[in-house]
Design a binder for this molecule. Structure first.
Ligand code: GLN
Length: 596
């Protein structure tokens, strides 16, 4: 069974889903401590007693209790999506309790993928959910870690900004956290949703909890809402759901001085009324604010709708004294309908180093699902360790698939397996999408096996290769620090006419996110073009190669950037949609039988 953390995995199970919108139509009204500010679909400033007063941004804090991995990120993203669907302007933010300054240097084995934003910040993968579920622009301000907070406070101390005072967790660290949160509030933002990473009761998250306890003192309790995610486990031996862990978790929050307004109860089984009454009474919340959030065994994209059927958006609006139009969820219903009623089915292999860790390729799994939604296709994804290809051969492991993705990565392990998988895809006409390191491996394959450049390699893995087809750019020489030293973030590229990429994007100029150090070595451009490689996209000045393709192949497209970070369930990335479309065609004409 798939849980909420397992991505939008598909099942053939059909479910009818009924939903009613219960919002009162009309304009949004804000009631602040100072008076009433009213306006249309989002309010900037208003005149009160002749004074311009900015409408107060509301704050929702999402905490988690009992265990980690409850899906706080998905829940925060879903609440954001529902509020946007009602016309509110939302911002999302995650505070992470670990000491790393950012997740950029953390192993994908431990922390899952590093999610890159347009501005180049390397962030937690939950920010991927925020971007997939909402249209809110995320920036450096959207993800802070304990490490960043301390770094900033220590830098201020070194500059003498504390005027000789003793610098302490309270108030200096907590003030810094409060500033990071309240900074997001502005005239263009109705609601800021701040997710606190970690689990209530952990030592590490205490300063964050203390800071959010204090925020209502600064902005008004009526402008803040605490939503606590908790686990209500089913105990087989007793044959019942247990509310005690939730009581304890809320007990810890209340000791800190936080009384949750809403409890979102993650559970495998339906809560009955007596469970909810018990939780409400012991945790001191109204019965209607005890919300059930059951595991979704079909798709994570069901989460917002199930939260809405439990009226979470109504609770938020009521708490803040706001009125908003009914939620417009047509697009969302449509995508779920497409997910539930696929017309085709394809199987796609992801050949990478971290194959056994789904979270390491989180956005790629999601983007493949989006490609499936766009093509009304159920995409079955099979991760394959590239080292297994080295051992067992591509023929044995890849025959039967309809498509191949070779994702990004670092380090030499498994490189030859990736090159071999790409060679197989190239020779057999298997639709292929190469991403970042996957693109570099495609260039290595074409150089070695089509252009006759024996021993061609990337200088990342073979310093003395006779043919450095992938190498460090001049400006990267001499860089020894690992954190934040890559080509990072959104950069423009222009597409060459008549290429598959140009047809897929339907535009000439694109912007995509990068995270790498090494580049296609332009000295080899001519030789590789002669061997059949098509340069389909470059930086606007033509200096950096961004996309390579093969002309006489159904779909062989490899990109130096990370398209997966810009794919949404409601707007599949063109390259993932293109890969799935080619896979569907191959499946229809394939002589091989899929054996997933
Ligand atoms: N290791 C390669 C580089 O640094 C590719 C990075 C990636 O795939 N994100 O260029």
């Amino acid at each position: 069974m798939y849980t909420m953390n397992d991505g939008a995995a598909l099942r053939s199970r059909r479910q009818a889903f009924h939903l009613t919108n219960r919002g009162a139509a009309g304009s949004i009204r804000f009631r602040s401590g100072h008076g009433v500010a009213a306006g249309g679909s989002g309010i900037g400033a208003c005149a009160v007693l002749g004074k311009e007063l900015a409408a107060v941004t509301k704050h929702i804090f999402v905490t988690g209790g009992v265990v980690s991995s409850l899906g706080k990120g998905l829940t925060s993203a879903s609440i954001g999506m529902l509020l946007e669907a009602r016309g509110l302007r939302v911002k999302l933010q995650k505070l992470d309790p670990y000491i790393n300054v950012d997740p950029g240097t953390m192993s994908p084995y431990q922390h899952g993928e590093v999610y890159v934003l347009d501005d180049g910040s390397e962030t937690d993968l939950d920010l991927g959910h925020y971007e997939r579920f909402t249209s809110t622009p995320l920036t450096r301000q959207s993800n802070y870690t304990t490490g960043q907070i301390y770094l900033s406070v220590i830098n201020k101390e070194r500059r003498g900004e504390f005027l000789g005072k003793t610098v302490q967790v309270i108030p200096h660290i907590t003030n810094e956290i409060k500033e990071m949160v309240t900074n997001l509030g502005d005239a263009e933002t109705d609601v800021v949703i701040t997710e606190i990473g970690g689990t209530v009761g952990d030592i590490e998250s205490l300063p964050f909890l203390e800071a959010i306890r204090q925020i209502p003192l600064a902005v008004g309790r009526e402008n803040c809402m605490f939503i606590h995610l908790t686990l209500v486990p089913y105990l087989k031996a007793a044959g019942e759901l247990k509310t005690k862990p939730t009581q304890h978790s809320v007990g810890i929050l209340r000791q800190i001085g936080i009384q949750p307004d809403v409890l979102v109860c993650r559970t495998e089984r339906a809560l009955d009324i007596s469970d909810r009454e018990k939780i409400a009474l012991f945790c001191n919340v109204p019965l209607e604010a005890v919300i059930e959030e059951r595991d979704k065994d079909f798709s994570i994209y069901e989460v917002p709708l199930s939260l809405q059927s439990n009226r979470i958006d109504e609770l938020v609006l009521r708490r803040f004294g706001m009125q908003a139009r009914p939620a417009d969820l047509e697009q969302w219903h449509d995508l779920l309908h497409r997910l539930r009623n696929p017309e085709h089915e394809v199987s796609i292999a992801i050949v990478g180093k971290y194959a056994e860790h789904r979270d390491a390729y989180k956005s790629i799994y999601e983007a493949l699902d989006h490609g499936g939604i766009a093509n009304r296709t159920q995409v079955r994804v099979q991760p394959i360790k590239s080292e297994d290809i080295e051992r067992d051969g591509a023929e044995r492991l890849l025959a039967g698939f309809d498509g191949l993705v070779v994702p990004g990565g670092f380090g030499e392990r498994g490189i030859e397996g990736k090159v071999e998988a790409i060679r197989f895809a190239r020779e057999r006409g298997l639709p292929f999408l190469g991403i970042c390191l996957g693109m570099q491996c495609a260039v290595i394959d074409v150089a070695r096996n089509c252009a006759g450049l024996a021993g061609a390699h990337s200088t990342e893995f073979a310093k003395n290769t006779p043919h450095p087809v992938i190498c460090l750019m001049e400006e990267q020489h001499g860089v020894v620090e690992k954190g934040g030293t890559m080509r990072l973030g959104a950069q423009p590229a222009v597409l060459a006419e008549g290429t598959k990429s140009a047809a897929a994007y339907g535009v000439q100029r694109i912007s995509e996110r990068h995270r790498h150090r090494y580049e296609f070595n332009s000295h080899y451009r001519g030789a590789l073009e002669q061997a059949g490689l098509v340069i389909a996209g470059t930086s606007p000045d033509g200096g950096l190669i961004e996309i390579v393709e093969l002309a006489d192949h159904p779909w062989f497209v490899a990109v130096q950037f990370h398209p997966e970070f810009k794919s949404k369930p409601t707007a599949a990335h063109p390259l993932f949609a293109g890969l799935v479309a080619a896979a569907v065609e191959r499946h229809a004409g394939s002589a091989w039988v899929a054996e997933v």
